[in-house]
Design a protein around this ligand. Sequence first.
Ligand code: ADP
Ligand code: MG
Ligand code: ZN
Length: 501
Amino acid sequence: MESSLNSTNIDTMLDFEPVIGLEVHAELMTQSKMFCGCRVVDSVQAKPNTAVCPVCLGMPGMLPVINKKAVELAMRVGLALNCTIQHKNVFARKNYFYPDLPKAFQISQYELPLATNGWLDVERNGESEETFRVRIRRVHLEEDTGKLTHLENQQGSLVDFNRSGVPLLEIVSEPDIRSVEDARIYALKLRQILRYLGVNSGDMEKGVIRFEANVSLRRVGSDQLGTRTEIKNLNSFRALVDASNYELERQREILQSGGRVVQDTMGWSEARQVTYSQRDKEEAHDYRYFPEPDLPPLAISENWIEDTRSSIPELPYEKVKRYRRSFGLSTYEAEVITEDRSVATWFEVAIDSGGDPKAVSNWMINSLFGLMNEHKQAIDEILVTPNSLVALIKLIDKAVINNNTAKEVLGQMFESGEDPLSIVNERGMAQISDEQEIAKIIQDTLSQNPQQLESFLEGKEQLRGWFMGQIMRATKGKANPAMVNKLLSAELEAQKKGDPN
Ligand code: ADP
Ligand code: MG
Ligand code: ZN
């Protein structure tokens, strides 16, 4: 009796580690739907049921036609994720009933998906030494369903079929992720890649990306996977993190009290911050997948694959490496500049027009982004051009203006779109770099402040900075600081030796 109690105790003390596999659903940014000619419209702005036809409404006897653009966009994703593109693609019917799916089946891909066996290397905190690899099991095409809105007080539900038939990509990872934080970083990187590829806007509020997290726990050191649960329909990074943490904690409690996790499909209640079982959802074999009889197998030629490959832009992780290597940016700087493709392009135009990469990156990160935030403007909307930022930096290099003035000038450039030199000239902001003029201001400042000078000469060293401040103030910040520093030091040394100039 006693020995079995002991072994139970030891057992429950052994630690568990999370195992996570993610399924990511992403709408593709095509003009028209997956299997009909209906426009893809903004889910928030468009009036409900205005972009529909008999095909996407699931009327009997209607024939679907594959959207070539959707296949191309999906292929881009498969290639960016290092997958093999399959030459033979088969669409399949996934049968289930739901009010947002009037034909009672979704056209998806099952046994022969578009892309298989890829991977994505993800850097934690942008540190190349801390990379983890997530293998991609498959990337396949399907169609989205309609959208239900449930009325308050169970007054009924409304259905909008504008979304019905919108091309949807599903990206399924292997269970290679070992923490909720890694799952978040992987999902973020994936979204960034989709945006770079121009296949998805990444606009989470519009529901264009949704996650499903498969989570389980296993004993540290074991190579056997534990039983997983699957959390459906997570539509923000916050929900992905909170739901996964909640579910892992729930499983941990079960396992530590000697119980067993039951394989299940869960929902996430945002309001109550809990997962709940959706046991009514069927297992895979209940979908009764079979090849879609209305669509012939889709053949993808090697040529088409290579054409698509050549249309793929430089990806964020490739840019980060290049910016570090060729431009000497830190990992942090490279990550911030490449976060958004338009920002990276803006930066590259500045470098191409002769800007020093480090200086351009500093001005963007430390000043320009602040102004953009303040004015709620994206990089394609601002009046400052890459060229004009480079011109501003050159004015600093040539000592026409100092750093502080340059910040002011950038503010003006942001407001008016004027070029920096005109702003400097019009407003008389040029730096004072004339030695005689500065020497005179130093003399005046010292003679106007005899007490401070005396204290300084008695050893109060910190007054040096105070004098510096007074002089800058007297010149409205326009004096060349290096020159003031040099001349002031010389003058104060001379005063110490009782030998004023
Ligand atoms: P289904 O087709 O029923 O959704 P799959 O076996 O295809 O099931 O797996 C779907 C997802 O679940 C994949 O992302 C996979 O990585 C993940 N997964 C599978 N087993 C586990 C597990 N034990 N723990 C965590 N995730 C898992
Ligand atoms: Mg699944
Ligand atoms: Zn339609």
